[in-house]
Ligand binder design. Structure first.
Ligand SMILES: Cc1cc2nc3c(=O)[nH]c(=O)nc-3n(C[C@H](O)[C@H](O)[C@H](O)COP(=O)(O)OP(=O)(O)OC[C@H]3O[C@@H](n4cnc5c(N)ncnc54)[C@H](O)[C@@H]3O)c2cc1C
Length: 386
């Protein structure tokens, strides 16, 4: 299995040669860190001033990482990936939300997406907790400070929105992934999602997965505590390394607390793999959703599945990559019958700019990520031309 992810013919079967050339051009651009910095700033500035650059974004970076403006625009991609046994997970991006009315609208949108997911045979839906309530309130709740009456009432609304989403999702048999966010809001998210797992994760499969960021050095102890205190319900975990490293380090410095992030990439990788081993050793009560583009970690999952005699299509183990990245992992796994999905962001170009900037920055700052994508894309181009 140690060379499974090398097969580029399988990885890019859905891509035309012209698309591969375009991806190579794009990834070559975003390896240049200074260029990403300048382009991100210029793009945000132009958009703020209302310059008509959306078409340019849409034809380039948006097309690489997003499905389309609407679900109808995404439907071709969804169908084509499904033919390869890769499920799409629709991720609708909403602009910065301010008040209770905005959060109610976002909540309604989530319900619609769950319904559409059910109708289109998509087993998962995803949401970002702070799209259902104010970031400030999640932060205050996480700090354990007392809430005033208005905040208590707004927190009650957040709990209600969470509860109704999970209740509806379970009724529709769609599983929910709850995204992880910044350290300063994560405590409140963890506690609330755990409460919901207790309520909805009975039975042989988890319906709710909380996200665990393994770039945080405290997360192994957190997982151990959850497993030790676990009641009569399944724990669902989506494992990621974590997307806010630079911001977290900055926040810790500014507010004078110990950074929650591992000291090095090597430490993060060890933490991630340690978490995998630990969860597999408790697999009887746990469902694992591996969200990573890291080959070594994905190979480790295959090794663990083998060790614990889990079938490739065991309902308790899922793999997932972001649309536009890690195709060599996604499509080679799906071809071997593993459960695989892609997060498919969609929505108006303007709403997705922060997501695209994150993807560009991640690809330019994380050693190896873009080189990985480029290496496989170039290999496939050579294979097709020879
Ligand atoms: C399906 C999916 C869902 C996701 N959902 C979330 C989410 O809900 N919340 C979230 O925060 N992120 C999420 N992410 C992003 C994820 O956290 C990572 O940023 C991204 O996937 C890159 O990590 P990797 O495992 O793919 O592998 P790699 O490319 O091998 O690892 C890169 C990661 O390693 C860590 N790292 C890099 N350098 C250092 C360093 N010097 N010191 C310490 N650590 C370092 C960082 O976390 C960096 O992102 C998601 C990713 C996927 C694929």
């Amino acid at each position: 299995m140690q060379n499974l992810f090398q097969n580029t013919e399988v990885a890019y079967d859905l891509k035309k040669t012209s698309q591969i050339r375009k991806s190579i051009f794009l990834f070559s651009l975003i390896t240049k860190r200074f260029l990403v910095k300048i382009l991100s700033a210029v793009t945000l500035f132009f958009l703020k001033l209302g310059f008509p650059i959306k078409w340019l974004l849409k034809a380039t970076i948006y097309e690489q990482f997003c499905g389309g403006v609407s679900i109808t625009e995404c439907s071709d991609i969804i169908k084509r990936m499904k033919k390869k046994n890769v499920f799409s997970i629709l991720d609708y991006s909403i602009e910065s939300l301010q008040n209770e009315k905005d959060f109610d609208n976002a909540f309604e949108k989530k319900l619609t997406i769950i319904k559409l997911s059910k109708e289109n045979d998509m087993p998962f839906s995803v949401f970002k907790p702070t799209s259902l309530g104010s970031y400030k309130l999640f932060k205050k709740k996480s700090s354990k400070k007392n809430l005033n009456d208005k905040e208590k009432s707004n927190w009650f609304n957040i709990e209600k929105r969470f509860d109704r989403i999970f209740e509806y999702a379970k009724k529709m048999k769609v599983k929910i992934l709850v995204d992880a966010e910044e350290y300063e809001v994560q405590n409140a998210i963890d506690e609330l999602v755990l409460k919901m797992m207790k309520k909805y994760n009975g039975g042989s499969e988890a319906y709710i997965y909380n996200t665990v960021q393994l770039y945080r050095w405290d997360r192994i102890n957190y997982l151990k505590k959850l497993i030790r205190d676990r009641g009569d319900f399944r724990l669902g975990f989506k494992l990621v390394r974590g997307a806010y490293m630079e911001k977290e380090r900055q926040l810790a410095k500014e507010n004078d607390y110990q950074s929650p992030i591992c000291k090095s990439k090597h430490d993060t990788d060890n933490n991630f793999n340690k978490a995998l081993r630990f969860l597999f050793s408790n697999i009887k009560g746990v469902d694992i959703f591996v969200a990573s583009h890291n080959e070594e970690s994905n190979y480790l999952v295959l090794e663990m599945m083998d060790k614990y005699s889990l079938k490739n299509d065991s309902n308790n183990i899922w793999f997932c990559q972001l649309y536009g990245m890690g195709d060599n992992i996604t499509f080679n796994l799906s071809q071997k019958g593993y459960n695989v999905a892609k997060i498919l962001p969609f929505g108006p170009v303007k709403n997705l700019v922060p997501y695209l900037v994150r993807r560009a920055q991640e690809n330019s700052s994380v050693g190896g990520q873009t080189n990985r994508e480029l290496k496989y894309l170039k290999k496939e181009l050579i294979r097709r031309n020879s």
